[in-house]
Design a protein around this ligand. Structure first.
Ligand code: ATP
Length: 298
């Protein structure tokens, strides 16, 4: 038997970051929106232990050992149910790697849902979400999709209403950025500055609920953007090209370096993507919509 699960990427339409806590983590107010770029995780029984394979343009950058989040998800579920994780996990990767779009988290959530179906473990939604939260702070959102407010490290979720589809363009960069490195740069840039408590924007939550792209454009924010731009200055040019092409809002996606452009409608999004590609300021430009559904068995 084989089970395939489709899992979406995310963009943070708000990422408010508090000061570093004594444990090194940061409190966040994080508004996630799932978007229509997907990885597909396929699992099948294997006689000889746990094996991970990966296909897609970025496959060479994905670890195939036990550090892969999909492998860790399968092991976590198996150990909870006293099973041996004899499984072949194949990841068909379309979400950019180390791109700030939670690709690894998506694979973790996808593998969990796929193994649950393959092994007939019948774990409840809450149990799956618990395992997701242990795997990483973005993993629970990859399971639920749609739009949600994450608090704490981002792993405690409150589902948000979305009143319509938003049109996005994502520009993929030539290289990745490490999320911990971006947080370290955030700490360096904010040393000696009083960092306010992260608070979710009501204006942004209302714009999502209304499906109002102009209002959303006025409310998006990413406190990690200065740190990502400091480590990857060329991104400023990509953002400026997208703005010049008519994007309603431009921002770095999560910890970057993928850049996100909100457009008024599908045609405007196509135009922004064409201009971005022609400018040579990105490796690829993809047009899509959000919200997208969370991890879904195909
Ligand atoms: P986030 O947006 O959650 O901060 P990201 O999208 O920037 O994450 P990922 O694509 O999740 O970054 O990859 C970050 C690192 O995680 C990779 O460089 C890789 O070493 C490791 N990793 C582990 N499992 C996976 C996976 N299944 N797919 C991609 N990377 C993985």
């Amino acid at each position: 038997m084989t089970v395939s699960v489709r899992v979406p990427a995310k963009v943070n339409v708000q990422l408010a970051v508090g000061a570093a806590r004594p444990d090194g983590f940061h409190d966040l107010a994080n508004v996630f929106l799932a978007v229509g770029l997907y990885d597909e995780v396929t699992v099948s029984a294997s006689g000889g232990g746990l094996r991970v394979t990966c296909s897609g343009a970025d496959a060479g950058q994905v670890p195939l050992d036990r550090t892969n989040l999909a492998a860790r998800a399968a092991e976590a579920l198996a150990s909870r149910y006293g099973l041996v994780p004899d499984v072949h996990i194949h990841i068909a990767k379309d979400i950019p790697v180390a791109g700030g779009m939670a690709g690894g988290s998506a694979d973790g959530a996808g593998a969990l849902v796929a193994c649950d179906a393959l092994w007939g473990t019948g774990a409840s939604r809450d149990e799956l979400l618990d395992i997701c939260a242990e795997l990483g702070s973005d993993v629970p959102f990859s399971l639920v999709g749609g739009a949600a407010l994450g608090v704490g490290r981002g792993e405690q979720l409150r589902t948000l209403e979305v009143g319509g589809a938003f049109h996005w363009v994502f520009a993929m960069a030539e290289r990745g950025l490490s999320t911990p490195a971006v947080f370290r740069e955030f700490d360096r840039l904010s040393a000696g500055v009083r960092v306010p408590e992260p608070v979710a924007s009501q204006e942004l939550i209302e714009a999502l609920a209304k499906g109002d792209a102009s209002a959303l454009a006025g409310a998006v924010s990413n406190d990690l953007q200065p740190a990502a731009l400091s480590l990857f200055p060329e991104l400023a040019e990509t953002l400026s090209v997208g703005r010049g092409a008519g994007a309603l809002a431009t921002l770095v996606s999560g910890s970057g370096p993928t850049t996100a452009f909100l457009a008024e409608n599908a045609e405007a999004a196509e135009h922004v993507a064409e201009v971005l590609l022609a400018s040579g300021s990105c490796r690829a430009a993809r047009v899509t919509e959000g919200p997208a559904s969370g991890a879904t068995v195909l």
